[in-house]
Ligand binder design. Structure first.
Ligand code: NAG
Ligand code: NAG
Ligand code: NAG
Ligand code: NAG
Ligand code: NAG
Length: 517
C-alpha cells in the first residue's frame, strides 16, 4: 500500500484516466510555446555556470523568487537579482516550439504541467509559455548543501530524482546533474552516509528527459531527510526541525514536506512541530512512484548552528526565540515566562539518563533538591519519550537539570528566564558540553549554570588508576579521535554527584528563582 498517495495532494490537476481528456484540451495550447519576455537568460546562464561546475558552486544563490519579490532583497542577492537582460540582447529566443508530439508518442496520457510561477494553471491562449525553470544552489556552507528550483520541477521518489525541466529544448543544452544529501551535517561523513542521496537533473529536456507528472501541486515542496541521527532529540531539533523552520516557515504551512529516509515513528513523534510547518501530510519520498510536480522546490535545508538560529545568517530575519514561539504554539505551552515564585515550590525537572552518564545516586540527588525547596519532576527515558506530554511538563518547570546529553535539548520548552543546569562529565568536556548545551541557552532567553564533575565524582575512578591518562591528561585521549572520546568519557562513565557540593549550586539557583530583586 503506497503512502503519500494521490488523495492527499495539494491540488491534483490531472491523473489517471482523465489525463487523455485533459491532454486533448490542452495540446493545441502547447504546440507553440512562447518564451515570456521576462525570461532572464543572464541569470540562468550564470546560475547554471555556478551550480554545475565541480568547483564553481560557491557564491551561488538560494532564494525563492516569491520571497525576493515580497521582501525586495535585491541588494543582498546579486546573482538572482541581476537585472533582466534587455529583450533585444539576442540571447533570447522569442519563439520556441515544444516538441509536444514527442511526449505524446512516449506515453499513454500526455499530462500538462504548464504551471505559472504563482501556481495557477496558465490557461490563456496567448500566454502559453512553459515555465522558466531556474536552479540555484549554495554549497558554500560548512553545514549544508541546498538547491532551490523554480518553474517546472518534478520529483520522482523511487529513483530519488528531481527533474528541473527546461522551458523547451533551447539553445543551451547545458544539462547536468547535482547530487545532495539533504541533511545539514556535511562535515560528519558517517552521518551523511546514512542519508539518501537525491539527484537533481538540471535542464532535463521535456519529453524523454523527464517523466510526465502524475500529481501536480500549486504549493512549493521542501525535500529533507528524517535519517541521519534524527532519533536523538538534539539532532532532531538541530538537524531537522530548526532547518525545516528556516526553509519552510515562510510558506505559512502551505508547503509540502517531502521526507527521504522516511521514518514514520520520527514523524509521529515530532508531529506537533511539523504540523506548524506544513498543513499537509508528509510525503514519503523513498518508495514513491508518483511523479509529483511543483512550481518550486528546495532540496536540503538551511542550518546555522547547534540548537539555534543565527539571525545574522537568516535572510528571513528568523531567530531562536521565534522558533521557540512556534514550539509554544505547537505544543500549546502555557507559560511564556518564569516569574519569581512568591509562594509554593519552584519546579525542577531532572532529565535522567540510564545507560551512560547516569547519576548513580539519583535518589539522593532528588532528595537533596527537594530538601532545598524544589518540587522535583524525575524524568527518565520513559517519561521523556512522549514528547507531546513532556513538552508541557518542561514548560511547567523553572529549572531543567541533566548530565550532558540529548535530554538537555528539552530546554527549548522551558519558559523564558528558566534555568538550564548542565552537569559536565569528567574528562575536559567543558568545551564540547558548552557548544551543544551551553552556548544555545542565552539565545533562548534562558539562564545557564554549569556543574563540572570532579575526578571524585566519576565512576571512571573505579576503572582506571588515578595516575592513568584518563585523569592526568584527558585531552590526549580527545586527540586520539572521537571514538576514543566517546568510548571513554561519553559512553564510559556514570556520575556520582557530591551531594554537598551539588546542594550548594541548587541553593543558589533556588534563590535566583524565588527572590524578587
Ligand atoms: C551561502 O551560504 C553561506 C553559509 O550559510 C552564506 O554565508 C552565504 O551568504 C550564502 N551565499 C549566498 C550567495 O547567498
Ligand atoms: C542532456 O542533453 C542531451 C542532449 O539534449 C541528452 O542527450 C542527455 O541525455 C541530457 N543529459 C541529461 C543528464 O539530462
Ligand atoms: C528575566 O531575568 C532578567 C535578569 O536575569 C530580569 O532582569 C528580568 O526582569 C526577568 N524577566 C521576568 C519577566 O521575570
Ligand atoms: C600508576 O601507579 C602504579 C602504582 O602506584 C604503578 O605501578 C604504575 O606504573 C603507574 N602507572 C603510570 C602510568 O604511571
Ligand atoms: C552506568 O550505569 C548503568 C546503570 O544505571 C549501567 O548499566 C552502566 O553499565 C553504567 N555505565 C558505566 C560506564 O559505568
Amino acid at each position: 500500500m503506497k503512502r503519500g498517495g494521490r488523495n492527499e495532494s495539494g491540488k491534483k490537476l490531472v491523473s489517471g484516466g482523465g489525463a487523455a481528456a485533459v491532454a486533448c484540451l490542452l495540446l493545441p495550447l502547447l504546440v507553440l510555446a512562447v518564451l515570456k519576455s521576462d525570461f532572464m537568460p543572464q541569470q540562468v546562464v550564470h546560475i547554471a555556470e555556478t551550480s554545475i561546475g565541480e568547483a564553481g558552486v560557491e557564491g551561488a544563490i538560494w532564494q525563492p523568487r516569491q520571497q525576493l519579490v515580497a521582501k525586495s532583497k535585491a541588494a543582498h542577492d546579486p546573482v538572482v537579482e541581476a537585472p533582466p537582460s534587455s529583450p533585444a540582447s539576442g540571447d533570447e529566443t522569442p519563439d520556441k516550439v515544444v516538441d509536444a508530439n514527442r511526449d505524446l508518442k512516449n506515453g499513454k496520457g500526455f499530462l500538462v504541467t504548464n504551471v505559472g510561477m504563482d501556481g495557477s494553471l496558465i490557461k490563456s491562449d496567448a500566454d502559453v509559455a512553459a515555465p522558466r525553470s531556474k536552479l540555484s544552489c549554495n554549497f558554500s556552507s560548512y553545514r549544508t548543501n541546498m538547491c532551490a528550483m523554480q518553474g517546472d520541477v518534478r520529483l520522482h521518489g523511487k529513483t530519488a530524482t528531481v527533474y528541473v525541466v527546461s522551458a523547451s529544448d533551447d539553445n543551451r543544452p547545458d544539462n547536468g546533474t547535482i547530487t545532495i544529501r539533504p541533511y545539514p551535517r556535511k562535515w560528519e561523513t558517517p552521518t551523511m552516509q546514512l542519508v539518501r542521496e537525491v539527484t537533481i537533473r538540471w535542464r532535463a529536456p521535456p519529453g524523454p528527459g523527464a517523466p510526465r507528472c502524475t500529481v501536480t501541486y500549486d504549493v512549493p515542496a521542501v525535500v529533507f531527510s528524517t535519517g541521519g541521527y534524527g532519533v536523538n532529540i538534539f539532532h532532531a531539533i538541530t538537524d531537522i526541525i530548526m532547518p525545516l523552520y528556516n526553509t519552510a516557515r515562510e510558506y505559512d504551512g502551505r508547503v509540502r514536506l517531502v521526507a527521504t529516509n522516511y521514518d514514520r515513528k520520527w514523524i509521529a513523534k515530532y508531529r506537533h512541530a511539523l504540523s506548524m510547518l506544513s498543513i499537509y501530510p508528509i510525503i514519503d519520498f523513498d518508495a514513491d512512484n508518483e511523479v509529483r510536480c511543483f512550481p518550486s522546490v528546495h532540496v536540503g535545508t538551511e542550518s546555522h548552528k547547534e540548537l539555534g538560529i543565527d539571525s545574522a545568517l537568516s535572510g528571513k530575519g528568523y531567530t531562536t526565540m521565534g522558533f521557540r514561539g512556534l514550539l509554544r504554539s505547537a505544543y500549546s505551552l502555557k507559560r511564556e515566562w518564569v516569574t519569581p515564585i512568591k509562594s509554593g515550590r519552584p519546579r525542577l525537572v531532572m532529565v535522567l539518563r540510564r545507560n551512560s552518564r547516569a547519576l548513580t545516586n539519583e535518589a539522593e540527588v532528588i532528595a537533596a533538591a527537594t530538601e532545598v525547596g524544589f518540587e522535583v519532576v524525575a524524568a527518565g527515558p520513559e517519561v521523556v519519550r512522549d514528547l507531546g506530554k513532556f513538552a508541557g511538563t518542561v514548560n511547567s518547570c523553572d529549572v531543567l537539570v541533566g548530565v550532558h546529553g540529548a535530554g538537555l535539548s528539552n530546554m527549548v520548552f522551558l519558559p523564558r528566564n528558566g534555568t538550564v543546569v548542565q552537569i559536565v562529565p569528567w574528562g575536559e568536556m567543558k568545551w564540547p558540553a558548552w557548544t551543544s548545551y551551553g552556548e544555545p541557552v542565552a539565545p533562548m532567553g534562558l539562564r545557564y549554570v554549569e556543574y563540572e564533575t570532579t575526578a571524585e565524582e566519576t565512576t571512571l575512578k573505579d576503572v582506571y588508576p588515578r595516575n592513568h591518562t584518563v585523569f592526568t591528561d584527558p585531552v590526549s585521549l580527545h586527540k586520539q579521535g572521537f571514538n576514543m572520546l566517546w568510548e571513554t568519557f561519553l559512553n564510559g562513565q556514570n556520575v556520582t554527584l557530591d551531594i554537598h557540593r551539588f546542594t550548594g549550586v541548587l541553593q543558589h539557583i533556588y534563590r535566583s528563582v524565588t527572590i524578587t530583586s
